[in-house]
Ligand binder design. Structure first.
Ligand code: ATP
Ligand code: MG
Length: 584
């Protein structure tokens, strides 16, 4: 790839990212975000419900299962649910959907809270579905008493066989017509731990011939004994199913609009059936939207768990992971992720979002906010033969080309500097090569024009050093009588700090991995480590997580897990280098 120096100094972005603060109430009654509010079919429904008086106050919830870290797909749901509560001055709860203790852990609960806060949102109420276990149990008794639920003893295989198929109706379970008293007795004894796992379940009595398989007497409760639940300990061995728990939890919390992804569309009749058959007044409305699929990555928690467990990546916060923790460590800002979510919008159509959309959101954000620095990733020594050895000077360099408010910094200059190996060739390969060549001139960014006089090689013929001369008359002005087009970055070899640079790329090499063979799709070059980089001395004090543009190289962030060691992660390149590859 041929980077023409001046162009990369001039990346432009005029897009405005909306601010990080989330106003909930506004005394003046004016909504400062009015003009920037996203529009989508869910907000239209809410507008109608407010206009008709169906609801006075909107309540939403974000309901993660604590069985893994949140990913960028969850961010879409978070941005939707919390964004609606913010814009309509309503409420949004964080509710852990913790009905499956086998896979859930406290570690995930804490990580999820951190991630939601980091994204810039805060919940009105924090709940666990397990808070409602007692109430859920009581509603199950109510269903049994109404003759709408029964204890079934079919084995899992038989139950499958009885369920029928998409084209054939199911058959009634032989246990379906058990007397209410017997059901009550058995269900209480299930709770008391008298029966083995899998021996009995509680099922809703709906319709085994329904065209919707979810309505063919779905399981409401199953036995899971001997487990320690992260919230309820060993208090329960009877656990409610998601489809039963979710509508009731929504109703208890007064949720008005229960927003979920499209795969739950076929479950909506069951959601409504549960609420219509128990004595609960609130009737939240479930609305489905399409889930986020992002090219070159995978979004399923099961597969992400596998990547971590099999050490394909360095934990859940590996900077290549599509998790919020990974994106944070990679150097993404919360604003860029929210902006991404706003740009992709909310629809009912399943689609695949290009990675470039996410990358341009962070690129634009950092273009505006990240201070510029110089870092030489693959150093090549230069000795400036006519620069006195004892001399040193400090050169003033702007921190941002378009934002003078970001000030200037001083960078040391001396006889010994380094430039990037890619910025030198003995002979120019073509006319586009505007960097340094033997006998040619180039400008050092914010410093002088230099000329390469001699190339020093080792016994193997590899270039180890360049002997150059500098033109003292070229600081901040053009040289007399000749044009020097190329500009390259550099660092004082005497003053620079040694750093490790991690160049991250896409996790997968194919945009849409198919089925289970995704392991073959792992991009072997998703991490390239450069251990001998030399960076401006000031970068040695960079805060963990701080982002910079390394001029001509891309956006980088100091790694937050490397302690005192100076490590920078590449957030994103300066330009979309994949667009070119994809086009070829
Ligand atoms: P996975 O299938 O990856 O395990 P999940 O849907 O089971 O994810 P939950 O913790 O149950 O994960 O999800 C919490 C909320 O986030 C749900 O409302 C879910 O619909 C939503 N969500 C999960 N993945 C996506 C996605 N890719 N795009 C949009 N919303 C998502
Ligand atoms: Mg789920």
């Amino acid at each position: 790839m041929d980077i023409v120096a001046e162009k990369s100094f001039n990346e432009s972005s005029s897009r405005r990212l909306w601010s990080c603060t989330i106003p909930r109430t506004n005394d003046s009654g004016n909504d400062p975000m009015e003009d920037n509010k996203p529009r989508n079919f869910i907000r239209q429904i809410i507008d109608e419900d407010l206009a008709s008086g169906k609801h006075e106050r909107i309540v939403t919830r974000f309901p993660p299962e604590p069985n893994g870290y949140l990913h960028i797909g969850h961010a879409k749901s978070i941005n939707l649910n919390f964004g609606i509560a913010r814009d309509y001055k309503g409420r949004c709860n964080l509710r852990f959907d913790d009905t499956n203790p086998q896979k859930e852990e406290e570690e995930f609960v804490e990580a999820i809270k951190d991630d939601v806060r980091w994204l810039g949102f805060d919940w009105d109420e924090l709940h666990f579905a397990s808070d409602y276990f007692e109430q859920l149990y009581d509603y199950a008794i109510e269903l049994i008493e109404k003759g709408l639920a029964y204890v079934c003893e079919l084995s899992p295989e038989d139950m499958r066989a009885y369920r029928g198929t998409l084209t054939e109706p199911g058959r009634n379970s032989p246990y379906r017509d058990r007397p209410v008293e017997e059901n009550l007795d058995l269900f209480q004894r299930m709770r008391a731990g008298e029966f083995a796992d899998g021996s009995k379940v509680l099922r809703a009595k709906i319709d085994m011939a329904s065209g919707n398989i979810n309505l063919r007497d779905p399981v409401l409760y199953r036995i899971r004994s001997g487990l320690i639940h992260h919230q309820t300990g060993d208090a329960w061995c009877l656990y409610p199913m998601y489809d039963y728990t979710h509508p009731i939890s929504d109703a208890i919390e007064g949720v008005t609009h229960s927003l979920c992804t499209l795969e739950f569309e076929d479950h909506r009749p069951l959601y409504d059936w549960v609420l219509n058959n128990i004595s609960i007044a609130a009737k939240p409305r479930q609305i489905e939207f399409s889930r986020l699929n992002l090219e070159y990555t995978i979004m399923s928690k099961r597969l992400l768990t596998q990547l971590v467990a099999e050490n394909h990546v360095d934990g859940w916060d590996d900077p290549r992971m599509p998790t919020i923790a990974g994106l944070r460590r990679r150097g993404f800002t919360p604003a860029s992720i929210r902006e991404f979510c706003d740009r992709i919008g909310i629809t009912k159509a399943d689609n695949m979002v290009e990675m470039g959309v996410l990358e341009s959101a962070i690129r634009e954000d950092l273009d505006a906010s990240a201070p510029r620095r110089m870092a030489v990733l693959r150093p090549l020594k230069i000795t400036l033969s006519n620069y006195p050895d004892e001399q040193e000077e400090l050169l003033l360099s702007p921190n941002h080309p378009k934002n003078g408010d970001m000030g200037k910094r001083q960078i040391p200059f001396c006889r010994h500097i380094v430039i990037d190996r890619n910025d030198f060739m003995e002979v120019a390969p073509n006319r586009k090569f505007k960097r340094l060549v033997t006998g040619g001139e180039v400008r050092l960014r914010n410093a002088y024009v230099i000329r390469c006089d001699e190339v020093v090689k080792d016994d193997q013929g590899d270039i180890v050093e360049l002997i150059c001369s500098y033109d003292p008359d070229t600081l901040g002005k053009n040289p007399e009588g000749r044009k020097v087009k190329g500009v390259i970055h550099w660092v004082s070899a005497r003053h620079g700090a040694n750093a490790e640079i991690r160049l991250y790329d896409r996790l997968l090499k194919t945009p849409q991995p198919q089925g289970e063979s995704w392991e073959d799709d792992l991009n072997p070059d998703s991490l390239v480590t450069l251990e001998n980089a030399v960076v401006e001395p000031g970068l040695a004090d960079a805060q963990p997580g701080a982002q910079f543009q390394f001029e001509r190289e891309g956006y980088f962030c100091r790694d937050n897990k490397s302690g005192d060691k100076l490590v920078f992660n590449r957030v994103v390149t300066l330009r979309d280098s994949w667009a070119k590859i994809a086009a070829n």
